[in-house]
Design a binder for this molecule. Structure first.
Ligand code: MN
Ligand code: MN
Length: 455
Protein backbone atom coordinates (compact mmCIF):
# COMPACT_ATOMS: atom_id res chain seq x y z
CA UNK A 1 0.00 0.00 0.00
CA UNK A 2 1.52 3.23 -1.16
CA UNK A 3 1.53 6.27 1.14
CA UNK A 4 -1.41 5.51 3.40
CA UNK A 5 -1.58 5.96 7.16
CA UNK A 6 -1.07 2.62 8.90
CA UNK A 7 -3.72 3.43 11.53
CA UNK A 8 -6.52 3.79 8.96
CA UNK A 9 -8.84 0.75 9.43
CA UNK A 10 -6.19 -1.02 11.51
CA UNK A 11 -7.15 -4.32 13.15
CA UNK A 12 -6.89 -4.98 16.90
CA UNK A 13 -4.55 -7.82 16.10
CA UNK A 14 -2.13 -5.50 14.34
CA UNK A 15 -2.39 -2.88 17.09
CA UNK A 16 -1.32 -5.54 19.59
CA UNK A 17 1.50 -6.71 17.34
CA UNK A 18 2.78 -3.11 17.10
CA UNK A 19 2.63 -2.78 20.88
CA UNK A 20 4.55 -6.00 21.57
CA UNK A 21 7.15 -5.40 18.89
CA UNK A 22 7.89 -1.85 20.05
CA UNK A 23 8.23 -2.97 23.68
CA UNK A 24 10.91 -5.45 22.58
CA UNK A 25 12.62 -2.77 20.51
CA UNK A 26 12.67 -0.29 23.42
CA UNK A 27 14.58 -2.86 25.49
CA UNK A 28 16.98 -3.62 22.64
CA UNK A 29 17.72 0.07 21.99
CA UNK A 30 18.21 0.82 25.68
CA UNK A 31 20.81 -1.97 25.89
CA UNK A 32 22.56 -0.94 22.65
CA UNK A 33 24.22 2.40 23.43
CA UNK A 34 27.37 1.58 21.43
CA UNK A 35 28.15 -0.60 18.40
CA UNK A 36 29.83 -3.15 20.70
CA UNK A 37 26.78 -3.33 22.98
CA UNK A 38 24.46 -3.51 19.98
CA UNK A 39 26.52 -6.39 18.59
CA UNK A 40 26.36 -8.20 21.93
CA UNK A 41 22.59 -7.76 22.17
CA UNK A 42 22.05 -8.82 18.55
CA UNK A 43 24.31 -11.87 18.82
CA UNK A 44 22.51 -13.05 21.97
CA UNK A 45 19.18 -12.86 20.09
CA UNK A 46 20.65 -14.74 17.13
CA UNK A 47 22.05 -17.51 19.34
CA UNK A 48 18.74 -17.80 21.18
CA UNK A 49 17.12 -18.32 17.77
CA UNK A 50 19.39 -21.17 16.71
CA UNK A 51 22.21 -19.39 14.89
CA UNK A 52 25.58 -21.10 15.23
CA UNK A 53 29.17 -20.30 14.26
CA UNK A 54 30.34 -21.75 10.93
CA UNK A 55 32.81 -24.01 12.77
CA UNK A 56 29.85 -25.80 14.35
CA UNK A 57 28.74 -27.11 10.94
CA UNK A 58 30.47 -29.92 9.02
CA UNK A 59 28.68 -28.85 5.83
CA UNK A 60 25.74 -26.58 5.01
CA UNK A 61 22.19 -27.41 3.93
CA UNK A 62 18.98 -25.43 3.49
CA UNK A 63 17.67 -24.13 6.80
CA UNK A 64 21.06 -23.96 8.53
CA UNK A 65 21.57 -20.74 10.45
CA UNK A 66 25.07 -19.29 10.59
CA UNK A 67 26.59 -16.24 12.27
CA UNK A 68 29.93 -14.48 11.86
CA UNK A 69 31.28 -11.66 14.02
CA UNK A 70 34.14 -9.28 13.35
CA UNK A 71 36.12 -7.38 16.01
CA UNK A 72 33.06 -7.23 18.27
CA UNK A 73 31.51 -4.63 15.95
CA UNK A 74 30.08 -6.51 12.95
CA UNK A 75 27.59 -9.31 12.69
CA UNK A 76 26.62 -11.31 9.60
CA UNK A 77 23.71 -13.75 9.88
CA UNK A 78 22.72 -16.22 7.19
CA UNK A 79 19.84 -18.63 6.74
CA UNK A 80 20.94 -21.04 4.03
CA UNK A 81 18.43 -21.24 1.19
CA UNK A 82 17.33 -24.03 -1.13
CA UNK A 83 19.14 -22.59 -4.18
CA UNK A 84 22.94 -22.66 -4.51
CA UNK A 85 24.63 -19.66 -2.86
CA UNK A 86 26.09 -18.55 -6.20
CA UNK A 87 22.53 -17.78 -7.31
CA UNK A 88 22.67 -14.80 -4.97
CA UNK A 89 21.48 -13.71 -1.55
CA UNK A 90 18.70 -11.56 -0.15
CA UNK A 91 20.56 -9.09 2.06
CA UNK A 92 19.38 -6.69 4.76
CA UNK A 93 22.20 -4.39 5.86
CA UNK A 94 22.10 -1.83 8.65
CA UNK A 95 24.70 0.15 10.58
CA UNK A 96 24.99 0.02 14.34
CA UNK A 97 27.23 3.04 15.01
CA UNK A 98 25.55 6.31 15.99
CA UNK A 99 26.76 9.89 16.41
CA UNK A 100 28.31 10.52 19.84
CA UNK A 101 31.36 11.95 21.59
CA UNK A 102 34.49 9.79 21.89
CA UNK A 103 37.09 10.32 24.61
CA UNK A 104 40.45 11.46 23.24
CA UNK A 105 43.50 9.29 23.89
CA UNK A 106 44.76 11.69 26.56
CA UNK A 107 41.40 12.86 27.86
CA UNK A 108 41.73 13.67 31.55
CA UNK A 109 42.75 17.11 32.80
CA UNK A 110 42.11 19.45 35.69
CA UNK A 111 41.07 23.07 35.44
CA UNK A 112 40.15 25.45 38.26
CA UNK A 113 38.93 22.82 40.66
CA UNK A 114 37.20 20.56 38.10
CA UNK A 115 38.34 17.33 36.47
CA UNK A 116 37.24 17.04 32.83
CA UNK A 117 37.44 14.55 29.97
CA UNK A 118 38.30 15.87 26.53
CA UNK A 119 36.34 14.43 23.58
CA UNK A 120 36.30 14.36 19.80
CA UNK A 121 32.82 14.09 18.33
CA UNK A 122 31.95 11.18 16.02
CA UNK A 123 29.62 11.65 13.06
CA UNK A 124 27.44 14.64 12.24
CA UNK A 125 26.21 16.41 15.37
CA UNK A 126 24.72 19.80 16.21
CA UNK A 127 27.16 20.43 19.06
CA UNK A 128 24.81 22.68 21.00
CA UNK A 129 22.42 19.73 21.46
CA UNK A 130 24.93 17.81 23.58
CA UNK A 131 25.33 20.24 26.49
CA UNK A 132 23.33 20.29 29.75
CA UNK A 133 21.93 16.78 29.34
CA UNK A 134 22.75 13.69 31.44
CA UNK A 135 25.44 11.65 29.72
CA UNK A 136 26.77 8.13 30.29
CA UNK A 137 30.16 6.57 29.57
CA UNK A 138 30.34 3.23 27.75
CA UNK A 139 33.19 1.31 26.21
CA UNK A 140 36.30 -0.70 26.82
CA UNK A 141 39.72 -0.09 28.28
CA UNK A 142 42.28 -2.50 26.81
CA UNK A 143 45.25 -3.14 29.06
CA UNK A 144 48.75 -4.09 27.98
CA UNK A 145 48.38 -7.56 29.49
CA UNK A 146 45.49 -8.28 27.11
CA UNK A 147 42.65 -7.83 29.59
CA UNK A 148 39.67 -5.84 28.39
CA UNK A 149 37.73 -3.88 30.98
CA UNK A 150 34.11 -3.00 30.22
CA UNK A 151 33.13 0.53 31.25
CA UNK A 152 29.49 1.37 31.96
CA UNK A 153 28.73 4.45 34.05
CA UNK A 154 25.48 6.40 34.09
CA UNK A 155 22.70 3.95 33.19
CA UNK A 156 21.91 2.36 36.55
CA UNK A 157 19.63 4.35 38.92
CA UNK A 158 22.35 4.46 41.57
CA UNK A 159 25.10 5.49 39.11
CA UNK A 160 26.22 9.10 38.76
CA UNK A 161 25.86 10.72 35.33
CA UNK A 162 28.30 13.12 33.68
CA UNK A 163 27.67 16.08 31.39
CA UNK A 164 28.88 19.12 29.48
CA UNK A 165 28.17 22.60 30.79
CA UNK A 166 26.82 25.61 28.89
CA UNK A 167 26.95 29.28 29.73
CA UNK A 168 24.10 30.66 31.85
CA UNK A 169 21.67 32.81 29.85
CA UNK A 170 22.37 35.75 32.19
CA UNK A 171 25.92 36.09 30.87
CA UNK A 172 25.37 34.98 27.28
CA UNK A 173 25.15 38.36 25.56
CA UNK A 174 28.20 37.60 23.37
CA UNK A 175 27.52 33.89 22.94
CA UNK A 176 23.99 34.54 21.66
CA UNK A 177 25.42 36.62 18.78
CA UNK A 178 27.26 33.59 17.39
CA UNK A 179 25.97 31.34 14.62
CA UNK A 180 24.69 27.92 15.73
CA UNK A 181 27.80 26.07 14.45
CA UNK A 182 30.01 28.23 16.70
CA UNK A 183 27.72 28.40 19.74
CA UNK A 184 29.47 25.41 21.30
CA UNK A 185 32.90 24.71 19.83
CA UNK A 186 33.90 21.08 19.19
CA UNK A 187 37.00 21.53 21.32
CA UNK A 188 34.81 22.65 24.21
CA UNK A 189 32.74 19.46 24.33
CA UNK A 190 34.52 18.46 27.53
CA UNK A 191 32.80 16.30 30.08
CA UNK A 192 32.82 17.30 33.76
CA UNK A 193 33.71 14.29 35.92
CA UNK A 194 34.77 15.55 39.36
CA UNK A 195 35.45 18.35 41.82
CA UNK A 196 36.80 16.80 45.06
CA UNK A 197 40.58 17.11 45.62
CA UNK A 198 42.54 14.11 46.84
CA UNK A 199 43.97 14.62 50.31
CA UNK A 200 47.67 15.24 50.61
CA UNK A 201 48.32 15.94 46.91
CA UNK A 202 49.40 19.38 45.80
CA UNK A 203 49.07 19.53 42.01
CA UNK A 204 46.08 18.27 39.97
CA UNK A 205 44.55 16.72 43.06
CA UNK A 206 40.98 16.66 41.67
CA UNK A 207 42.21 14.79 38.62
CA UNK A 208 44.18 12.43 40.88
CA UNK A 209 41.04 11.71 42.86
CA UNK A 210 39.16 10.76 39.68
CA UNK A 211 42.04 8.48 38.71
CA UNK A 212 41.87 6.88 42.15
CA UNK A 213 38.14 6.19 41.69
CA UNK A 214 38.74 4.67 38.24
CA UNK A 215 41.58 2.56 39.61
CA UNK A 216 39.44 1.21 42.44
CA UNK A 217 36.51 0.44 40.11
CA UNK A 218 38.33 -0.83 37.02
CA UNK A 219 41.97 -1.43 38.03
CA UNK A 220 43.25 1.00 35.38
CA UNK A 221 45.71 3.89 35.42
CA UNK A 222 45.91 7.08 33.38
CA UNK A 223 48.07 5.57 30.63
CA UNK A 224 45.42 2.91 29.97
CA UNK A 225 43.26 5.63 28.35
CA UNK A 226 45.73 5.37 25.44
CA UNK A 227 44.15 2.06 24.45
CA UNK A 228 40.58 2.74 25.49
CA UNK A 229 37.44 3.25 23.42
CA UNK A 230 34.99 5.14 25.59
CA UNK A 231 31.91 6.72 24.08
CA UNK A 232 29.95 9.52 25.72
CA UNK A 233 26.25 9.00 25.00
CA UNK A 234 22.91 10.21 26.38
CA UNK A 235 22.12 8.48 29.68
CA UNK A 236 18.86 6.63 30.30
CA UNK A 237 16.52 4.27 28.52
CA UNK A 238 14.44 4.72 25.41
CA UNK A 239 10.77 5.27 26.19
CA UNK A 240 7.31 5.89 24.77
CA UNK A 241 6.69 9.36 23.31
CA UNK A 242 3.42 11.24 22.90
CA UNK A 243 0.25 11.22 24.99
CA UNK A 244 -1.08 8.47 22.73
CA UNK A 245 2.21 6.53 23.14
CA UNK A 246 2.46 6.28 19.36
CA UNK A 247 6.16 7.03 19.14
CA UNK A 248 9.48 6.05 20.73
CA UNK A 249 12.04 8.55 22.01
CA UNK A 250 15.58 7.31 22.30
CA UNK A 251 19.23 7.72 21.48
CA UNK A 252 20.59 5.94 18.39
CA UNK A 253 17.48 5.03 16.35
CA UNK A 254 19.81 5.86 13.42
CA UNK A 255 20.43 3.13 12.65
CA UNK A 256 19.72 0.65 15.42
CA UNK A 257 16.02 0.76 14.59
CA UNK A 258 16.78 -0.68 11.15
CA UNK A 259 19.31 -3.06 12.70
CA UNK A 260 16.65 -4.42 15.04
CA UNK A 261 13.92 -4.73 12.38
CA UNK A 262 16.39 -6.39 9.95
CA UNK A 263 17.60 -8.73 12.66
CA UNK A 264 14.09 -9.70 13.73
CA UNK A 265 13.07 -10.21 10.09
CA UNK A 266 15.77 -12.81 9.60
CA UNK A 267 15.28 -14.42 13.02
CA UNK A 268 11.56 -14.83 12.33
CA UNK A 269 11.86 -16.12 8.74
CA UNK A 270 12.20 -19.75 7.66
CA UNK A 271 14.56 -20.96 4.97
CA UNK A 272 13.70 -19.43 1.58
CA UNK A 273 14.72 -20.28 -1.99
CA UNK A 274 17.58 -17.79 -1.77
CA UNK A 275 19.98 -17.66 1.15
CA UNK A 276 18.97 -14.75 3.34
CA UNK A 277 21.38 -12.48 5.16
CA UNK A 278 21.47 -9.70 7.71
CA UNK A 279 24.65 -7.70 8.12
CA UNK A 280 25.26 -5.13 10.83
CA UNK A 281 28.16 -2.80 10.18
CA UNK A 282 30.07 -0.03 11.94
CA UNK A 283 31.55 3.35 10.92
CA UNK A 284 28.71 4.41 8.56
CA UNK A 285 28.53 7.78 10.26
CA UNK A 286 32.17 8.50 9.31
CA UNK A 287 32.17 7.06 5.79
CA UNK A 288 31.92 3.26 6.25
CA UNK A 289 35.71 3.06 6.37
CA UNK A 290 38.12 0.59 7.95
CA UNK A 291 37.97 -3.03 9.01
CA UNK A 292 34.52 -2.83 10.60
CA UNK A 293 32.86 -0.49 8.08
CA UNK A 294 30.79 -1.59 5.08
CA UNK A 295 33.82 -1.13 2.82
CA UNK A 296 35.68 -3.88 4.67
CA UNK A 297 36.16 -7.28 3.00
CA UNK A 298 34.56 -8.92 6.06
CA UNK A 299 31.22 -9.44 4.34
CA UNK A 300 32.69 -10.81 1.10
CA UNK A 301 34.93 -13.13 3.12
CA UNK A 302 31.95 -14.59 4.97
CA UNK A 303 30.20 -15.36 1.67
CA UNK A 304 33.40 -17.09 0.48
CA UNK A 305 33.43 -19.16 3.67
CA UNK A 306 29.81 -20.18 3.14
CA UNK A 307 30.56 -21.27 -0.42
CA UNK A 308 33.52 -23.38 0.65
CA UNK A 309 31.51 -24.97 3.45
CA UNK A 310 28.80 -25.84 0.91
CA UNK A 311 31.40 -27.55 -1.29
CA UNK A 312 31.69 -24.77 -3.91
CA UNK A 313 35.32 -23.69 -4.18
CA UNK A 314 35.08 -21.96 -7.57
CA UNK A 315 36.30 -18.34 -7.32
CA UNK A 316 33.75 -17.22 -9.87
CA UNK A 317 30.95 -18.46 -7.61
CA UNK A 318 31.86 -15.76 -5.10
CA UNK A 319 31.62 -13.09 -7.79
CA UNK A 320 28.31 -14.53 -8.99
CA UNK A 321 26.88 -14.78 -5.49
CA UNK A 322 27.54 -11.07 -4.95
CA UNK A 323 26.35 -9.98 -8.39
CA UNK A 324 23.16 -12.03 -8.23
CA UNK A 325 22.20 -10.67 -4.82
CA UNK A 326 19.47 -8.21 -4.00
CA UNK A 327 19.79 -5.90 -1.05
CA UNK A 328 17.86 -3.46 1.06
CA UNK A 329 20.21 -0.99 2.66
CA UNK A 330 18.29 -0.71 5.91
CA UNK A 331 18.79 2.87 6.99
CA UNK A 332 16.64 5.61 8.41
CA UNK A 333 15.20 8.53 6.45
CA UNK A 334 14.25 12.05 7.52
CA UNK A 335 10.66 12.31 8.76
CA UNK A 336 8.55 15.32 7.84
CA UNK A 337 8.53 17.74 10.78
CA UNK A 338 5.58 20.19 10.86
CA UNK A 339 7.82 22.75 12.60
CA UNK A 340 10.23 22.76 9.64
CA UNK A 341 8.14 22.21 6.50
CA UNK A 342 10.40 24.43 4.40
CA UNK A 343 13.16 21.82 4.00
CA UNK A 344 10.95 19.22 2.28
CA UNK A 345 9.23 18.74 -1.05
CA UNK A 346 5.90 17.61 0.39
CA UNK A 347 5.22 15.02 -2.33
CA UNK A 348 8.66 13.42 -1.99
CA UNK A 349 9.21 13.19 1.72
CA UNK A 350 8.61 10.62 4.45
CA UNK A 351 5.72 10.92 6.88
CA UNK A 352 5.55 9.19 10.26
CA UNK A 353 2.98 6.35 10.40
CA UNK A 354 3.04 5.85 6.62
CA UNK A 355 5.28 2.79 6.71
CA UNK A 356 8.71 1.79 5.45
CA UNK A 357 10.50 4.52 3.46
CA UNK A 358 12.36 3.81 0.24
CA UNK A 359 15.03 6.27 -0.81
CA UNK A 360 15.86 5.54 -4.44
CA UNK A 361 18.81 7.86 -4.00
CA UNK A 362 20.39 9.89 -1.22
CA UNK A 363 23.51 11.98 -1.72
CA UNK A 364 23.88 15.74 -2.03
CA UNK A 365 24.44 18.38 -4.73
CA UNK A 366 22.98 16.53 -7.73
CA UNK A 367 22.72 13.04 -6.13
CA UNK A 368 26.50 13.04 -5.59
CA UNK A 369 27.67 10.03 -3.59
CA UNK A 370 24.36 8.27 -4.07
CA UNK A 371 23.57 4.71 -5.13
CA UNK A 372 20.51 5.68 -7.22
CA UNK A 373 18.70 2.35 -7.52
CA UNK A 374 17.54 1.10 -10.89
CA UNK A 375 13.81 1.41 -11.67
CA UNK A 376 13.70 -2.26 -12.77
CA UNK A 377 14.81 -3.28 -9.30
CA UNK A 378 12.47 -0.88 -7.56
CA UNK A 379 9.53 -2.28 -9.55
CA UNK A 380 10.44 -5.71 -8.12
CA UNK A 381 10.68 -4.25 -4.62
CA UNK A 382 7.35 -2.45 -4.68
CA UNK A 383 5.73 -5.57 -6.05
CA UNK A 384 7.09 -7.45 -3.03
CA UNK A 385 5.51 -4.82 -0.77
CA UNK A 386 2.13 -4.92 -2.51
CA UNK A 387 2.08 -8.74 -2.60
CA UNK A 388 2.31 -8.66 1.20
CA UNK A 389 0.07 -5.62 1.93
CA UNK A 390 2.97 -3.66 3.39
CA UNK A 391 2.58 0.09 3.84
CA UNK A 392 5.42 1.84 2.04
CA UNK A 393 6.35 5.33 0.89
CA UNK A 394 9.12 6.86 -1.17
CA UNK A 395 11.14 9.91 -0.22
CA UNK A 396 14.14 12.09 -0.73
CA UNK A 397 16.02 13.28 2.33
CA UNK A 398 14.91 16.88 1.74
CA UNK A 399 14.52 19.54 -0.93
CA UNK A 400 17.08 19.66 -3.72
CA UNK A 401 20.30 21.35 -2.49
CA UNK A 402 19.01 21.58 1.06
CA UNK A 403 21.61 19.08 2.30
CA UNK A 404 21.97 15.34 2.01
CA UNK A 405 23.12 12.16 3.61
CA UNK A 406 24.99 8.92 3.07
CA UNK A 407 24.28 5.23 3.46
CA UNK A 408 26.01 1.94 2.77
CA UNK A 409 23.91 1.29 -0.38
CA UNK A 410 26.52 2.32 -2.95
CA UNK A 411 29.23 0.20 -1.33
CA UNK A 412 27.36 -3.06 -1.84
CA UNK A 413 26.19 -1.70 -5.21
CA UNK A 414 29.85 -1.81 -6.22
CA UNK A 415 29.55 -5.62 -6.31
CA UNK A 416 27.12 -5.04 -9.18
CA UNK A 417 24.14 -6.08 -7.06
CA UNK A 418 20.82 -4.27 -6.89
CA UNK A 419 20.46 -2.15 -3.75
CA UNK A 420 17.94 0.39 -2.55
CA UNK A 421 17.68 2.24 0.75
CA UNK A 422 14.74 1.16 2.88
CA UNK A 423 14.09 2.23 6.45
CA UNK A 424 12.21 4.20 9.02
CA UNK A 425 11.38 7.91 9.14
CA UNK A 426 13.08 9.64 12.08
CA UNK A 427 12.52 13.06 13.64
CA UNK A 428 15.49 14.90 15.21
CA UNK A 429 17.95 12.66 13.38
CA UNK A 430 21.42 12.65 15.04
CA UNK A 431 20.12 14.52 18.09
CA UNK A 432 20.62 12.97 21.56
CA UNK A 433 16.88 12.15 21.48
CA UNK A 434 15.55 10.85 18.17
CA UNK A 435 11.90 9.95 17.50
CA UNK A 436 10.34 7.12 15.48
CA UNK A 437 6.76 5.88 15.08
CA UNK A 438 5.96 2.49 16.61
CA UNK A 439 3.74 1.62 13.66
CA UNK A 440 6.58 2.37 11.21
CA UNK A 441 8.97 0.19 13.20
CA UNK A 442 6.61 -2.79 12.98
CA UNK A 443 5.71 -2.12 9.34
CA UNK A 444 9.38 -2.00 8.39
CA UNK A 445 9.90 -5.38 10.03
CA UNK A 446 7.03 -6.68 7.84
CA UNK A 447 8.63 -5.03 4.78
CA UNK A 448 11.97 -6.73 5.46
CA UNK A 449 10.26 -10.10 5.90
CA UNK A 450 8.40 -9.58 2.61
CA UNK A 451 11.68 -8.76 0.88
CA UNK A 452 13.44 -11.86 2.23
CA UNK A 453 10.83 -14.21 0.86
CA UNK A 454 10.18 -12.53 -2.51
CA UNK A 455 11.18 -14.81 -5.42
MN1 MN B 1 21.99 6.01 9.08
MN1 MN C 1 23.22 8.92 10.43
Amino acid sequence: MYAKNIYTNISDEKLNAIKDFSADYIKYLSNSKTERLCLKESLALAKANGFKALEDYASLKAGDKVYFTNMDKNLALYVIGKNPIKDGLRILGAHIDSPRLDLKQNPLYESNGFALLDTHYYGGVKKYQWVTIPLALHGVICKKDGTIVDVNIGECETDPVVGISDLLIHLSANQMQKTADKLIEGENLDVTVGSIPLDGEEKDNVKKNVLKILNEKYGVDEEDFLSAEIEVVPAGNAREYGLDRSMIAGYGHDDRVCAYTSLRAILDSDAQDYTTCCILVDKEEIGSVGATGAQSTFFENTVAELLVKSGDTCYLSLKKAMENSKMLSSDVSAGYDPLFPEVNDSKNCAYLNNGVVFNKYTGARGKSGSNDASPEYFAWVRNAMDCNDVHFQTAELGKVDQGGGGTIAYILGNYNMNVVDAGIAVLNMHAPMEIVSKADVYETYLAYKAFLKQK
